[in-house]
Design a protein around this ligand. Structure first.
Ligand code: AP5
Length: 244
């Protein structure tokens, strides 16, 4: 693995202190490996940063990774773009490859949140094989159950900060200043696939290819079903109960 040398003198003291405090807080936390499954707009990306901070996990969102690859026009991004624009799934091998690589990051030491993967039973089986080789397993699958009818309003009002993956909603989670990310002050954008027409095919893919993944994990007795149609903070409370 290539090593990156960092000159610690160049890093502001406040950042170093914050990182030190974070590591001290995280040291006693138990390891956790979680999967978040739900249709587009069900709240996976909204709850993930909260779970990540509270449990010291890394957040691996295949949608964010693929969008970054598309905008950087990498070979992976060029292959993924066509499927993503149409609301179809990218091939299993591409997705499993990026997850395998991402899990090796030091930030995944205490475990991970998989957001948007596995999306097919084949991906779930490949993931299980990968984890078995590492001698670990998935602890919990959070099923963001919600009626399709609620999702169009959520998707059409969503604005995202592409660099961090933070998402906002004009009605349900507005930024402090309209059109601007709360943390960096950078502009927010709307996703290309967040249209009513593409949502229809994303939902169709979800019901046909991803719903069976919930059954796959139900047989292992590790699925917790959430009421994802509830207000944001109520869903956070449900997640906390499940993971406590
Ligand atoms: P991806 O980026 O994973 O999209 P998705 O699964 O369709 O999920 P979303 O990001 O749309 O929804 P979310 O549940 O995160 O909702 P959010 O929290 O933002 O994938 C995109 C594409 O990449 C796929 O279509 C596919 O082509 C490809 N891809 C990705 N992974 C793949 C894989 N494994 N295999 C193959 N292809 C893959 O919430 C939505 C909005 O609602 C926000 O504005 C939020 O503020 C608001 N909100 C959230 N919770 C609440 C609440 N409780 N009440 C009110 N509003 C809420």
């Amino acid at each position: 693995m290539a090593s990156i040398s960092v000159n610690l003198e160049e890093i502001p003291s406040e950042s170093l202190m914050n990182e030190l405090l974070r590591r001290m807080k995280c040291a006693p936390k138990p390891e956790k490996r979680l999967i978040l499954i739900g249709p587009p707009g069900s709240g996976k990306g909204t709850q993930s940063p909260i779970i990540k901070d509270e449990h010291c996990l890394c957040h691996l969102a295949t949608g964010d990774m693929l969008r970054a690859a598309v905008s950087a026009k990498t070979p992976l991004g060029i292959k993924a773009k066509e499927a993503m624009d149409k609301g179809e799934l990218v091939s299993d091998d591409l997705v499993v490859g990026i997850i395998d690589e991402a899990m090796k990051k030091p930030s995944c030491k205490k475990g991970f949140i998989l957001d948007g993967v596995p999306r097919t039973v084949a991906q779930a089986q490949k993931l299980d094989e990968m984890l078995e080789r590492q001698g670990v397993k998935i602890d919990k699958v959070l099923d963001f159950a919600i009626d399709d009818a609620v999702l169009e309003e959520r998707i059409s009002g969503r604005w995202i900060h592409p660099a961090s993956g933070r998402s906002y909603h004009t009605k349900f989670a507005p930024p402090r200043v309209s059109g601007v990310d709360d943390v960096t002050g950078e502009p927010l954008i709307q996703r290309k696939d967040d249209t009513a027409a593409v949502l229809k095919s994303r939902l169709e893919s979800f019901h046909r290819q991803t719903q069976p993944v919930i059954n796959y994990y139900s047989k292992k007795g590790i699925v917790a079903t959430l009421h994802a149609e509830k207000p944001l903070t109520d869903v956070t409370d449900e997640v906390r109960k499940v993971l406590s």
